[in-house]
Design a protein around this ligand. Structure first.
Ligand SMILES: *Cc1c(COP(=O)(O)O)cnc(C)c1O
Length: 377
């Protein structure tokens, strides 16, 4: 067997900017302002400039970013929040954590993102039922691919709902020259190490053009502080981005667009080589994916995974089950026509190694193995 291939090669990135990151960390150790130090503000400003939003409020992780955003929107018991059935648990979990009810909507087979028709039906059914008040929509940019924000916004406006984007997987992505994170009332993102913009630990942020929401978020992440630290005006929490992580993220942000370009080439190479044997990702006109994952669909997915593993090629299943089929989420409402697409893609998806430093020789080895396995099946 040849050398194992990493699923995401963070060491390759270190070869490029490791020294700069180490110096950035050393500067923080020197000044010692570990909580909300100068790098936190600098990073917030730089990410705001990069994405074209007015305010970035950093916090401890992407889950907190979603939860703080929902708190700032004053969402709670009796509110219905429409979320995709096929996503990472945090999208729905945070709705439950604030006491509101997630309503699961199906996805589109091509984009893996919220299906506008299923969304519109779910909102109409919830309104007709009358038990819950439709409050807002959380689209997800799954695998780094921007959701259909123009269409989702039309539906949101029609029903007078807010849009809160879960952009945890999509920093660096764009739709019609607008960065993900800049759509809707606000957006949440994550700096978990494996995300396209990842730290060396946990981190997250909320992006918004709304100054009132941004001020509420800054208070909520600091125990609901008012004019000063010991003037609590609301029930908040402790959710801050560490200064060390902010210093690392400043260095990573400086190469993000180069890395996003490199991911386009890796994705294009995969798609050219695999389109005849698998369903390869479909990216809409005008969209640039951040390629958090490169995900294909094949029948016999589990066998393919096993076969590749034996050859030292790691893969991942994002996600093996739509959320409404999991124990924790079984009792929550789903769109009137169910979630057939979410249920079917969950059986077929498999994500291949994807990162900006995947070289052609390694990628060819992966492609060859996938093709051989598919032809044997
Ligand atoms: C990673 C992720 C989150 C949560 O981010 P954490 O930083 O891990 O808390 C939320 N939503 C989606 C879609 C994610 O992929």
């Amino acid at each position: 067997m040849s050398d194992p291939i990493p699923f995401i090669d963070l060491q390759a990135q270190r070869a490029k900017i490791g020294a700069a990151i180490d110096e950035a960390i050393a500067r923080v150790l020197e000044h010692g302002r570990f909580i909300l130090g100068p790098e936190v503000t600098a990073f917030e400003e730089q990410l705001a400039a990069e994405t074209g939003v007015s305010h970035v409020v950093s916090c401890a992780n992407g889950t907190d970013a979603l939860q703080l955003g929902l708190r700032a929107l004053d969402i709670g018991p009796g509110d219905a929040v429409f979320v995709p059935a096929f996503t990472f648990a945090a999208t729905a979990e945070t709705v439950c954590l604030v006491g509101a009810t997630p309503v699961f909507v199906d996805i589109e087979r091509d984009s893996y993102n919220l299906d506008p028709a299923s969304l519109d039906d779910a909102i109409a059914a919830t309104t007709a039922n009358g038990t819950l008040r439709p409050a807002g929509i959380i689209p997800v940019d799954l695998f780094g691919n921007p959701a259909n924000y123009p269409m989702i916004q039309v539906i949101a406006d029609k029903h007078e709902l807010w849009v809160f984007a879960d952009a945890a997987q999509s920093m660096g992505a764009q739709l019609d020259k607008t960065s993900t994170g800049a759509f809707g009332r606000l957006a949440a993102t994550s700096f978990f190490p494996a995300k396209p913009l990842g730290a060396y630990g946990d981190g997250g942020a909320i992006l918004t053009n709304d100054g009132t929401l941004a001020a509420a978020l800054r208070s909520l992440r600091m125990h609901g502080q008012g004019r000063d630290k010991y003037d609590n005006v609301t029930i908040g929490t402790n959710s801050r981005l560490d200064t060390v992580q902010a210093a690392i993220l400043i260095e990573k942000l400086s190469i993000l667009s180069t890395e996003i370009d490199a991911r386009q080439s890796v994705a294009a190479r995969y798609s050219d080589a695999l389109a005849d044997i698998a369903d390869v990702p479909v990216i809409a006109n005008g969209a640039i994916s951040a390629w958090a994952q490169y995900t294909i669909r094949v029948p016999g997915r589990d066998q393919l995974q096993k076969n590749l593993k034996e050859q030292g090629i790691p893969t991942a299943i994002y996600y093996p089950n739509p959320l409404p089929q999991l124990t924790a989420y079984k009792g929550y409402p789903v769109a009137p026509s169910g979630i057939p697409v979410s249920s079917s893609v969950a059986q077929e998806v498999i994500s291949l190694p994807m990162h900006p430093y995947l070289n052609a020789a390694t990628q060819d080895r992966i492609i060859k193995a996938v093709r051989a396995a598919a032809n044997a099946a």
